[in-house]
Ligand binder design. Structure first.
Ligand SMILES: NC(=O)c1ccc[n+]([C@@H]2O[C@H](COP(=O)([O-])OP(=O)(O)OC[C@H]3O[C@@H](n4cnc5c(N)ncnc54)[C@H](OP(=O)(O)O)[C@@H]3O)[C@@H](O)[C@H]2O)c1
Length: 262
């Protein structure tokens, strides 16, 4: 299937590792020009170098702190001066700790939204005018299964991801007339470096083997295993493509069936 991505210009936030990195790599391999935006400059440069070797389009790294409005404006200004257009925005970056409801104070609550939702709002605000100008655009928001499985022990994760879905539908309803399609993916239990780190910590703390630590997580998944970031980026790449032309306002679970329902 030709995804029609050749020559499209995409920004992927949080592209230095995990799901964002495979999204950037997949879009670049399909012929899109891709801007990698993430916080740490060294990790950003390493990811750019690795992705360039497989890319059909151009790859540009712009280290960006998406909690800072000035930095986000610079990201879009530099993208426009380099490529002159923006077609695809993948809002994936996050740094969300699992904040317990009873441990939340005003500062922690404000920070929690700053580390996912607010960055997505900021990036979307800057992206939309460029897409409107060409009457074509794709915004893909990476939410997370906690949106559908609320827990007080991880309330900041759930609230952020639920808000990502709310924003997705609100934007989709308004932007369809401008040819801009807005969708979300909802991953759960994806083995990224961050996930592996958590598993290592849980093994150290409990003295259990990797299989023992993973068992309670995978037993709730109909496919019986964790997912890979490539399995998420395949869906993101489709939603970012020409082929998803009648899909907007949707939320695609990528979780091995963990959220399956009627
Ligand atoms: N993995 C899962 O199972 C899972 C489950 C549910 C939802 N999700 C969602 O999927 C997305 C990706 O998850 P992941 O596991 O791939 O994450 P990850 O490996 O922790 O990567 C996070 C990315 O976000 C970037 N980032 C963090 N703070 C930033 C900031 N202030 N400004 C710009 N970039 C920033 C990081 O950049 P640096 O290189 O600078 O650190 C990194 O590139 C997140 O939205 C997450 O909530 C993942």
């Amino acid at each position: 299937m030709d995804l029609g991505l050749t020559g499209r210009v995409a920004i992927v936030t949080g592209a230095s590792r995990g799901i964002g990195r495979t999204c950037a790599a997949a879009l670049a391999a399909e012929g899109a020009h891709v801007v990698l935006a993430s916080l740490d400059p060294a990790r950003n440069a390493e990811a750019c170098a690795a992705i360039k070797s497989q890319a059909k389009g151009k790859v540009l790294g712009i280290p960006t702190d998406f909690t800072k409005d000035d930095a986000v404006r610079t990201l879009f200004d530099r993208t426009m001066s380099e490529f002159g257009r923006l077609d695809i925005q993948v809002n994936n970056a996050a740094y969300v700790g699992a904040g317990d409801f009873f441990a939340l104070d005003e500062k922690k609550l404000a920070e929690a939204f700053e580390h996912k939702l607010n960055g997505t709002v900021r990036c979307s605000r800057y992206a939309i005018p460029h897409m409107r100008a060409r009457k074509w655009g794709r915004i893909v928001n990476v939410a997370g299964g906690a949106a559908w499985h609320p827990q007080l022990g991880a309330i900041t994760v759930g609230l952020n991801n639920a808000a990502m879905l709310n924003l997705t539908v609100a934007l989709a309803n308004d932007l369809g007339k401008d040819g801009i399609l807005v969708n979300a993916v909802v991953p759960t239990s994806i083995r990224t470096e961050r996930h592996d780190e958590n598993i290592r910590k849980a093994m150290q703390k409990s003295g259990k083997s990797e299989a023992e630590v993973l068992a309670p997580r995978t037993s709730r998944i109909p496919l019986g295993r964790m997912g890979t970031s490539e399995e998420v980026s395949d869906v993101v790449t489709f939603l970012a493509s020409e082929r998803a032309s009648f899909v907007t306002g949707s939320a695609w679970a990528v979780d091995g069936g963990a959220s399956a329902r009627m």
